[in-house]
Write a new protein. Sequence first.
Length: 685
Amino acid sequence: MTDSSLAHLAAHLAALVERVRLLVQARRSVDPAPDDPFRGLYVTDEHADLLLRRPDLPGRIEPGPARPAPGDRKTPSAEAADRAEAAGERLRLRDLCRGFDLDGVDRDILLIALGPDLDPRLEQLYGYLHDDVTRRRAGVGLALELAGLSPLAGADRRRVVRGPLARGALLEVAEEERPFLTRSLRVPDRVTAHLLGDDTPDPVVEPFLLSASARAGPAPTQLVRALAAGAPVHLRERPGASGVLLAAAALEELGREAVAVDASALAADTAETVVRSAVREARLRGAGLVVRGLEPLVASRSAMGVLAAAPVPTVLVGRDRWDPRWSEAVPTLLDVAPPPAPERAHLWRSHLDGHLAPAVDPVDETRHFTLAPEQVERAAVAARGYATAEGVRVQGPHLRAGARAQNAGGLESLARRIEPAVGWDDLVLPPGPLAGLRELSDRARHREQVLGTWGMRPGAGRGRGITALFAGDSGTGKTMSAEVIAADLGLDLYAVNLATVVDKYVGETEKNLERIFSEADGVNAVLLFDEADALFGRRSEVRDAHDRYANIEVAYLLQRLETFDGLAILATNLRANVDDAFARRLDTVVDFPVPDEAHRLRLWDRCLGPAVPRADDLDLAFCARQFEVSGGNIRSIATTAAYLTAAQQRPLCMADLVRAVQREYRKLGRLCVRAEFGPWLERVP
């Protein structure tokens, strides 16, 4: 803050003190007991008689000292302020008056209310003038009197409670239970601090402020023109786009900074207060206002009204389309596209400068991630942290881990998060299913080029998602394959828990599914619907209300998959039970066969692993030939056999393995017969 700005404020404060001095003198001339130490705590008989003898109208107080008319000669302080501004200095009080459309009277009322916060003498003098030592702030009546206004003029009273001061949240009228003229006036601490040169944000708004520095990229010409026209703008973000940074770039071109607020965490009962404070913050700074996350504000019509009427360039950012019912004001509606590949590459490299390992392309490593520009920055910081902890430069796994770290936690309450711990070498499948899985991974990796750059899926409002069906008997590797796909792409795997989805009440299942899809749209992950035929089953002929609502659930899923932007895998044991209409919406179908003898042998060896000690009589070829079981069963048998071996503290022998097979057969309800067990049948207890 410049010395001239503080001097300008001090000059106005000195003029206020002089007015107060004159009014104190006027009051003392008619005060029956000016030297009474208990003055203000009671009313004497003499004082009551004096009040009753006054000829004034009820409620009328004596006019204050005369104020100079607008055309009067300027005071020396005003002339000094003109010279300071001509020299390029910023006078905060004058800037405040211009930014909030305050005239001279509004300015005086503001200073009267502000006085005790700047000069302790005024606190005691106001108590004297109120004839009440407990009232240290100016009341409405005292402020009107000191400003030369009438308490009986409706326009003057309205100026205090509905004028520019109140609309701009510069003045608060407290103690509404008191008579109007004795209600206290208070200037918010943020306004006082601003006038004194402190630009620390209001504590009411600060928890919701976003970093909104303008990003490099194409000039937002459309948005700049819309804001210059004066109307509010609503930006609809596509996945991977940042309306906040685009708005900051547009405001920078207009010569303004951006006050960006994340309203998504606001409570409905505090929304209006925070929005008013945010608008005031933008006006104090001469900035534009950017608000992201409108859902809580929609429930507060008053908050939306404040935004619509904000006298600063205002940009509203959300994922949904604008609903005309939200506000009477009609905003300009624009869409925000994600940054193109060259710009993303520039963002990655600018945040990884000097930390990236040679021959590592961050765009290629993360091309299948949907990240907004600010998420790229945070992902790069996280990747640097992972690499620093290992004492190396940033590699591909660090980049993918940093990108995964940007996932919100909302989906974890609706689905089980699985950290992939397997790779392609762990899969034991025929060439056909393996090729289908690799094709699915390639689709996810090159989706940006095919659907974005080449535009291969235009029209019909379809999303950019990828949907696959894994069909096969239980234990044939469907869930493990989904884990391998997630690991190959560097993504997390979320298995949808049907217990959190299916609800007996009509319409609740669809709501639960919508929550899952909405959360998954904002998360870089693979979404796995295990036992998918329970949700994606065939529609049937409608014979009763149950059939009708069951069909509605399937129809909803058909529509929702069209607009889903993520990677969804549906796993089912009964492919025939899945509705035919899903076939057109599926990008890949992978059939998982029951393993043959050769694959079973590999599975036996893989599931037992290299760490388990093996006895000489272990005959895995016999197991692969005789026991026709799936990979999931083999894994379970191997685990049971390992426990039997650990209990005996000896190498794993054939008897342990056969005993474990018998336990698995019992679970499956199968009989142990000599045709399968051969000479080992006698070893089965």
